[in-house]
Ligand binder design. Sequence first.
Ligand code: NAG
Ligand code: NAG
Ligand code: NAG
Ligand code: NAG
Ligand code: NAG
Ligand code: NAG
Ligand code: CA
Ligand code: CA
Ligand code: CA
Length: 596
Amino acid sequence: MNERTTPMWDHVFSGETRVEMAREMASSVIVFLLSLLLVSLPLTESKFPFPLSDLNGGTNCAACSVLLGLADQLAEIYNETIADSMSRFCNYLPNGFKEACTILVEEYGPSIIALIEEKETPDTACYGIGFCKHQTGAMCHLFPLPSNSLSSYDEKVRVDHLIKMATRARGRPLSFPKLCSYPVIKEICDIIDIFANDHEPLIDVDGDGFSDTYRFRGAYWRGKDCNDIDKQVYPGRSSTDDAIFDTNCNGIMGIDPSTRMTYEEQWCNGTVPMGTVVLGDSAGAHFHIPPSWLTAKELNIDTFSDLLMILENEFDWPMLSFTTGYESTSKWPMSIQGPMESIYSKMRGLNRCNHRDFQNIAVNGARSSSMKDTIVKSFARHKLIDKPAMISLELIGNDVCNGHHDLDHMTTPEEYFKNMHATLEYLDNLLPQGSVILPVGLADGRILYDTLKDHIHPIGNTRGDVTYSTFYDYLNCLEVSPCFGWMNSNGTWRNLTSERAMELTNTLNKLVTTTNYTNIKVYLMPQPLKEVFSNWKGDPADLIEPVDGFHPNQLSNALIANITWHTLQKLYPQVIPPVNPFNHLIEAKFGNQGGY
Ligand SMILES: *[C@@H]1O[C@H](CO)[C@@H](O)[C@H](O)[C@H]1NC(C)=O
Ligand SMILES: *[C@@H]1O[C@H](CO)[C@@H](O)[C@H](O)[C@H]1NC(C)=O
Ligand SMILES: *[C@@H]1O[C@H](CO)[C@@H](O)[C@H](O)[C@H]1NC(C)=O
Ligand SMILES: *[C@@H]1O[C@H](CO)[C@@H](O)[C@H](O)[C@H]1NC(C)=O
Ligand SMILES: *[C@@H]1O[C@H](CO)[C@@H](O)[C@H](O)[C@H]1NC(C)=O
Ligand SMILES: *[C@@H]1O[C@H](CO)[C@@H](O)[C@H](O)[C@H]1NC(C)=O
Ligand SMILES: [Ca+2]
Ligand SMILES: [Ca+2]
Ligand SMILES: [Ca+2]
């Protein structure tokens, strides 16, 4: 048995499958290669992490240019050959990934070395080895083009020549690498695909919708299941008879001998406990790629220590997010920094009976249609036996973001109305009485380009040669941008995208003011990002994810949580539940209530 099998996969697969999986894991560097530029991920509605456009090489091309770009910069920083810097890079990767990286370097190394020696750049070398393809328009490039003799040729001639050079160095013809179709890699692609199409925890033995492992949409996403072989036991359950067992996983159980009442009855019943939930997109799930991964001079043996966890969480950080955060960034110092504040931690502060009652049902790339069709259906709540919940419904951009160069792929106001209405009706049927929905409109993404256009992207950190403006247009050239319209140097497109976003927000307003529901109350929230940016005294770039140049970063998440809370107090104080007067007694008796 191959030692590289992770414990996580052990749970799920047995016997032959596991042997297969072990083999797959060794090649999962491919997952990593493709995912590095996972900025492409928020675009896809259901596939993780292999979208996408194949145009001009698409994701493969982007991953190749970024990785070779890093190797090229390492060679400069450490004054070594590209061959040495490629092995240096592989050595920085965790076991399993390292071996697969080495295999790739053996396969493509000789061609890459030959091309770089001829003063080609990482971009043009990727055309030579076939990861990038010359199909429509001009060659796509992230780094400045080389100024060697080849550059005077017509692009088609030039690409043909690059391929010939690569082939000669390799000694045999190149076949176009379609990574997910390699026999070894196919299975892992399929498994990740299956797993990601279903937004429920992968490991949930009793099928109650909650898990006792963290990753794969487990306890990082929804309060941990304190008994995973009893489906009557899970966070958020309404319960007063926790005499012997903690049936709602909030850490409160047992009988007070002086009153002969259960603690749950004594300290929770009569208070107003309420779960905290987000139904949303990559912003709600808190998408984040560590910038150190793309910053050549920061790369070292520890840089990728959280790689596997990050892949298994779909590049999201729900446990640090503005709605459901409960952890501290100090747990992952290599990968993420900044303050953590969340609606859940404020709700728990009000009432300790809410411990572990949170769910992050947010999916990268979610828009109003996928929310209605699939995502909302993975939300676990029982009308009659669970506590009410406060639910943020946030889809802040994907309805107007798409990888295509046209308006037809944006949601129309009519479709948006229908989708959101259907989602609210579904929730009205699902939720316990007293539940509250807080829908929020779309952001105005023009702030991204206006803020970042002349800033240097982490991949250009060594030589100061890649601005966000270049980076955005590069992603569009390959059609792998998470938001064609806003991440675009063409101001007409940015304006068109914002116009549609405003129409959709107005539609949401109309929906909320013209419809009534039975179980739920719906309160429209103003888009908090506007206030986050206008309140911020420093550089607005401090608020945006550096790698994707698109998402709110950790600091923004904390600020969004605070602003949202403040807005609730100001506009809708009635939705904020009262403080539990027994909090101090719960704390004295149950300490951290079993943690997370
Ligand atoms: C880089 O290495 C070469 C040979 O290994 C050496 O001649 C050169 O001086 C070095 N350059 C720097 C800046 O250290
Ligand atoms: C919980 O409290 C409600 C009202 O505060 C009361 O009607 C109910 O009987 C209590 N339930 C238990 C099991 O104590
Ligand atoms: C910007 O995009 C619009 C809409 O596609 C197009 O008509 C216009 O020519 C573009 N402007 C530039 C400067 O490329
Ligand atoms: C985009 O809209 C802004 C604000 O309405 C306007 O000032 C600007 O000229 C517009 N830009 C383009 C290219 O249409
Ligand atoms: C919603 O309820 C209000 C007050 O009960 C009523 O006036 C209104 O007509 C209702 N609207 C719809 C669309 O049912
Ligand atoms: C959020 O609000 C809390 C309480 O008002 C405050 O202590 C904290 O510093 C704020 N966090 C941020 C990131 O501003
Ligand atoms: Ca379970
Ligand atoms: Ca359970
Ligand atoms: Ca309990």
